[in-house]
Ligand binder design. Sequence first.
Ligand SMILES: *Cc1c(COP(=O)(O)O)cnc(C)c1O
Length: 428
Amino acid sequence: MPESEFQFRDGTLVCEDVDLSAVADRFGTPSYVYSKHAIVSRYRAYESALAGLRRRICYSVKANSNLSILDVLRAEGAGFDIVSGGELYRVLAAGGEASSVVFSGVGKTEGEIRFALQEEIHSFNCESLAEIETISRLAATLERTASIAIRVNPDVDAVTHPYISTGLREHKFGVDIATAEELYCYAAKLPAIVTEGVSCHIGSQLLTIDPLIEAADRIITLAERLRTRGLPIRHLDLGGGLGVPYRSSDPALSINALIDHIGPKIRALDLMLMLEPGRSVVAEAGVLLTRVLLTKQNGGKKFVVVDAAMNDLIRPALYQAHHEIVSVRQASGREHIQADVVGPICETGDFFARGRVIEAVEAGELLAIRTAGAYGFVLACNYNSRPRPCELLIDGSHISVAKRRESYEDLVRGESLSTIVHTDLETA
Ligand SMILES: *Cc1c(COP(=O)(O)O)cnc(C)c1O
């Protein structure tokens, strides 16, 4: 296991100084468990890689938006990359400064744009002409100025899963880099708009740095050209996307080669460098703890049925994602079996691993599904009326409940037995 915050001590998996089997006994399963130290150390690695540059590291809230985690990162000095009004609300609720927020996303509603303008966020990453016109109109009405960057599509192949690759010309994201210059010049003339930056985000779970370097080169060239045309470009935002080793054989990617390559240029242009890392800050900091309900055999195939399911962690079903699965208690000389590790939901897609060689486990034993800190809880839902798990944040030997486990009452909150009838709507 590469990450040192989760280790075996006396045959039991611990997170920092806390025994995970004790956690399961006290808080139940399934539970997400996060290491504060892991989050902080990965954030600081970005800070030190960018040392010497004007910089702002905006944690991508959608990777894990729990208030405790936003609070930890805010205390470290992070800014935030948001993709909705709800995420802005979370950042503010965690004590974050609106002035440290960039607002990304291909479709922002007028309500969300107004909220962001009123709170005076740092900037909008815009993805279309129509969006820029809307922001201009709303900003003028509110007598505010909107700083914008245009998210350009540098047309580089991020070489990742097709669902999380975003930087090719045919994707829905961004603006074609070939037409971006004209759009910038048009936007600069609109009321209440300042063309403050250039941004891109080419995809997620990148396992080589080369596509990012290529994209950076292209948008630096664009920034230079825009400056020549008199636009006040002040920052460069390279997005997020650095991958993490879900398998022990995956490489651990570092940002250093990118910074070595572009640092001198950024400094010469006196640009502020912004990044929007999500997964690489929180993924390795989390595990999903689950208990084995039973084991069974069907047609020669072994199944380990656990109490977590796809509603708790959907990544295997959605992205064919691989997560390492380990027994929380290690017994020496234990046999290994090849099995599917599955949840109780009536969907064939409800699995965590298929045909995986794992230690032979029995009912009642605990498993940890590794590298689950990003795009885990945030994608959880209540399918099959399953209350969502609790989230626990470990700091040394301290455990805080970052989110309590949902109850049955939570499941029906906002629902009613009789339909609320609206009689005041226009009829056709
Ligand atoms: C999702 C997203 C990120 C974060 O991506 P990671 O792969 O989690 O680092 C950053 N910027 C934008 C615009 C995104 O949509």
